[in-house]
Design a protein around this ligand. Structure first.
Ligand code: GDP
Length: 531
């Protein structure tokens, strides 16, 4: 039986990712959360990363970026006796499959939306992954200090574009650039926005009951009337608050605020931490494993290469799913059926990497990987051969034909490409009836092509030629008796197979996807493939 202090450690863990489109304010919100957590005073590490955002993407820069984004890959801090793990989901040019995979290690998500822009494409993509997992999603609509869309319009967008019900926890007053504050729907109070509060420190807001005549004076007659009308409309026509639905990811609680001015961040954080779930059970080949299970288990969700350019050093990021982790522990690497010792486990506390002595379900540790781990590998303490469900392959969006300049180097070329595919940096497809001289490489973010070129040259001594292809979409075909010769495609569709010899279609546009689906009613075309 698990002891009480272990259970307490599990139950106080909150492990989540922040999802957003670039520039919606994810970095700013993260900084502010850390500020509350007291993890860092001036949010230095997150700032450092921000400075890198517009860096030129030559390899040195990539290296630097990697170095920094690793220290901020997972941030841990304490708040009100919660132990909070924030998983970073890289955006901008380092957006890659890692961004999606990170969501496989999170127990819930915070979705940041820019009030002027509404739901943007990258938010939608990341949201889809969260929905696939059924994790709770908490929404923070940001930049209320500036003019934005009407809150009703934003609610409608969330429901229409993302297809999730929403429940505004608060309601903004003055969204045309004259922001006055928010009405808290549960406490029936107004929290007044003070413009001068520019976010380096925590400032208390003025809070009082909505019927307080002082508010009428403060807001002015017309704002006050408008607020009363909107609240009535919300109460009548809006979705009901339903905790069950929130925890299943069917309804998202929505907060309006302004990360930059720290307005609304604290109530959001406190509500989020007390509402969202601690680590829960995860499916494996032995059914669902509870985090409270004594047997230590975890899975690799990310592999970070070249942490130290002097060695071929990789770090495997492991999400702990059950049991207590202790430094130096010997565990079974289930896929290869070997024992490995986790001797230099690291954890990432804001700016610093520290060696961890103990860690619990919900925590992420990074262990040195001498090239033995693949994405999705399970580690488990006892001999049960537990294996967690695989991490899916997400749809690449950029494709290129790649081959070694010097055909004598084909072997190294294949070795390098295989290695990089194992790390999850690229996806490899083969054209039918064509040998392995020429491969099609798919990536989620274009920066990965540069990484591929550089690493093949530097680590494997292979110069490559790369020819970008016009495909933009990939679909895995699920069909009984798939036959490439009789399968009906459009002229601009290419049939290839992935690493596991599963049939895959590459499309240039959405229209072709639809046509092919219509022409092959027995086929299911999938955007995500689970190995
Ligand atoms: P990220 O790309 O999602 O991490 O976005 P950042 O946190 O870097 O923010 C993008 C830009 O929006 C920066 O210039 C921020 O200063 C600005 N920003 C973030 N939050 C707010 C806010 O609440 N109000 C205003 N006016 N600007 C904000």
């Amino acid at each position: 039986m698990a002891d009480k202090s272990f259970l307490n450690e599990v139950n106080r863990r909150r492990t989540f990712a922040i999802i957003s489109h670039p520039d919606a304010g994810k970095t700013t919100l993260t900084e502010k959360l850390l500020l509350y957590g007291g993890a860092i005073r001036l949010a230095g590490s997150v700032k450092a990363r921000r400075a890198q955002k517009h860096a030129v993407s030559d390899w040195m820069e990539i290296e630097k970026q990697r170095g920094i984004s690793v220290t901020s890959s997972v941030l841990q801090f304490e708040y009100n006796n919660y132990c909070v793990n924030i998983l970073d989901t890289p955006g901008h040019q380092d957006f890659s499959e890692d961004t999606y995979r990170t969501l496989m290690a999170a127990d819930s998500a915070v979705m940041v939306i820019d009030c002027a822009k509404g739901v943007e494409p990258q938010t939608k993509k990341l949201f889809e992954v969260c929905r696939m997992r059924g994790i709770p999603i908490f929404t923070f609509i940001n930049k209320l200090d500036r003019a934005g869309k009407h809150p009703f319009e934003l609610m409608e967008e969330i429901e229409k574009v993302l297809g999730i019900q929403s429940y505004p926890m608060n309601w903004p007053i003055g969204t045309d650039g004259d922001f006055k504050g928010v009405f808290d729907r549960q406490k029936h109070q107004i929290e007044v926005f003070h413009e001068k509060n520019h976010g380096q420190s925590i400032v208390e807001s003025t809070v009082s009951d909505v019927s307080d005549p002082a508010f009428k004076d403060l807001l002015g007659e017309s704002y006050h009337n408008q607020l009363m009308e909107e609240i009535e409309l919300l109460d009548m026509a809006g979705d009901d608050y339903d905790l069950n639905k929130i925890l299943k990811g069917e309804l998202t609680p929505v907060f309006f605020g302004s990360a930059m001015t720290t307005f609304g961040v604290k109530p959001f954080l406190e509500y989020f931490l007390s509402t969202t779930n601690p680590p829960s059970g995860r499916m494996s080949n032995h059914g669902e494993i509870s985090p409270e299970n004594d047997n230590f288990t975890g899975f690799v969700f990310k592999i970070q290469a070249n942490m130290n350019p002097a060695h071929r050093d990789r770090i495997a990021f492991i999400r702990i799913c059950s049991g207590e982790f202790e430094k130096g522990m010997e565990v079974n690497h289930v896929r290869v059926n070997k024992k490995v010792r986790l001797s230099q486990p690291q954890q990432f506390l804001a700016q610093d990497r520290v060696v961890v002595e103990k860690a619990y379900p919900g925590d992420i540790i990074g262990v040195h990987d001498p090239g033995i781990f693949n994405i999705g590998d399970t580690l488990c303490q006892d001999g049960s051969k537990t294996e967690y469900e695989g991490i899916p392959m997400f749809a690449s969006e950029h494709f290129a034909k790649v081959y070694a300049k010097d055909s004598m180097k084909r072997k190294q070329f294949l070795k390098g490409v295989t290695q990089l595919a194992e790390e999850g940096a690229i996806q490899v497809y083969r054209q039918l009836y064509i040998g392995t001289e020429e491969l099609i490489i798919g990536v989620v973010g274009v920066l990965q092509f540069e990484v591929l070129e550089f690493r093949l040259q530097n680590e494997y001594g292979v110069e490559i030629k790369m020819q970008q292809l016009p495909y933009k979409h990939v679909r895995w075909v699920e069909m009984k008796d798939f036959d490439p010769d009789t399968f009906k495609t459009t002229t601009d569709t290419l049939i290839v197979e992935d690493d596991n010899e599963k049939p895959v279609l590459l499309f240039q546009n959405e229209w072709s996807i639809q046509r092919v689906a219509e022409r092959n009613p027995d086929a299911v075309l999938k955007e995500i493939s689970v190995h």
